[in-house]
Write a protein that binds this ligand. Sequence first.
Ligand SMILES: NC(=O)C1=CN([C@@H]2O[C@H](COP(=O)(O)OP(=O)(O)OC[C@H]3O[C@@H](n4cnc5c(N)ncnc54)[C@H](O)[C@@H]3O)[C@@H](O)[C@H]2O)[C@@H](O)CC1
Ligand SMILES: [K+]
Length: 516
Amino acid sequence: MELLTAAEMRAIERAAIESGVATGRELMERAGRGVVAAILDWRPALARAPGRAAVLCGPGNNGGDGFVIARHLKMRGWAVDVFLLGAPANLPPDAAENCSLWREMGAIRPLTEAADGRRSVHDLVIDALFGTGLTRPLEGAARVCAARSWRRFGGAGAVVAVDVPSGMCADSGRALQAEPSDEAAATKCDLTVTFHHERLGHRLAQGPSQLCGDVRVVDIGLAGVPAAAARLGAPNRPGLSKTIGHKYSHGHALILSGGVGRGGAARLAARGALRVGAGLVTLAAPPAAIIENASRLDAIMLRSVKGIEGISELLVDRRINVVALGPGLGVGENTCAKVGAALANEERGAVLDADALSSYQDEPETLFRLTRGRSVVLTPHMGEFGRLFPAVAEKLVAPAARGPAFSKLDAARAAAALAGCIILLKGPDTVVAAPDGEAVVVSAHYERACPWLATAGAGDVLAGMIAGLIARGFHPFRAAESAAWLHQEAARGFGPGLIAEDIPERLPAVFRDLGL
Ligand SMILES: NC(=O)C1=CN([C@@H]2O[C@H](COP(=O)(O)OP(=O)(O)OC[C@H]3O[C@@H](n4cnc5c(N)ncnc54)[C@H](O)[C@@H]3O)[C@@H](O)[C@H]2O)[C@@H](O)CC1
Ligand SMILES: [K+]
């Protein structure tokens, strides 16, 4: 599934209109009618018993959709109150036409009245104030209405956004705000109905977690108009279903462990690598930690390595085609030396996580010289990301004062360009990006939500799973994307109460469900 920016959606609309696929009026009609159908399908009780709706219309084409919605609701027996921000005379042509059509059916009141009303008498509030054209933070009555939506308009039924919740940037999922002291304002909705494909903002930042509610996509007849867009991440089925061969044909992953009492993270990673299908998995530990690890490992092989030379000696074996390191290694020069040894051979893949990233916080460029152009995946969470890419992270945490705002996708892309390798930026809205700009959002939201995945050690398992898929011959980008998806799916299937150890053990069930 593609995820569009506002500009990409506008380009598609323009191409459709220019090539005669549909007029702007027709698209608006399909959009408004589609929203009504989607709402009634989403909550069938609203279809059985029409009530009273408030339609909040803005000054652009999002408002135009609102007038279409008002008309279709009224035709279905609803009592409809329409509120407009600004004057009808200032509406763009298609919206103005639909405004006139509505005026034959009912009145238009200024939005300030909706903002002032103490209690809502409405069963349904339609937010058609701003869509993809929003460029600056909400002001005045629109801002008051957005704030009221957080209190459900004083008792209103469902709040439904047209295209995007007003106040949210469609590209980043962030609520626009002028300065840090300024509270971000965007409508909090129960349902968001968008058109053609989802926008990126439906999958990033506050979009899915706080603002959109459920999301439905309405077809407005734009299929076939191409766009170069980001995608929603998915498992690579053909890669995963490759028949089981000789154990060496599925590669050999090496996981570097920390010292005595610090091997748990590496063991979790190793288990993830093995369960995801690496042919062989070896855990390399310092001599003093061998007994501890030997008592905990069976299918995973164990090697004692002494210092950096020990790692280099082990890596003379070319059959080891990927190394994962970072979890439990500690932050410091010693870990940097291990990263250097792990990346010495150009042909070998690598996954760097946790301490392998934080160890370079004083000179990230030293790390990037090693990773540039290599089959390497860096898997930072936001904190680690900020240490390696401080300038990029700063742009992401600065208030989103203008739309389109800098997004998590932009951040991961910028980081991938700097590091010259694959970046997986963690979160429920995980983004995987490559230096050439390819990017996916692996989204654990809506029907795939699994907040219990934020548990200690889950990231270690993910690093191991990525390494396991690289061992199996996956391109590092596909390995990161598929592993992130499988990781979420395992957590989803397990349910609340999940601990990191459960994730690898759940993978066989995930594979079975995929029909592999
Ligand atoms: N692109 C498409 O293919 C389609 C778009 N449609 C609708 O059209 C919408 C986009 O319409 P527009 O481009 O007119 O954009 P909007 O309706 O989102 O708003 C644009 C207007 O608001 C003003 N504005 C921006 N930020 C403001 C602020 N903070 N305070 C006050 N005014 C502000 C702009 O100057 C402009 O006049 C979509 O979200 C969608 O709802 C649909 O009709 C169907 C087809
Ligand atoms: K809206």
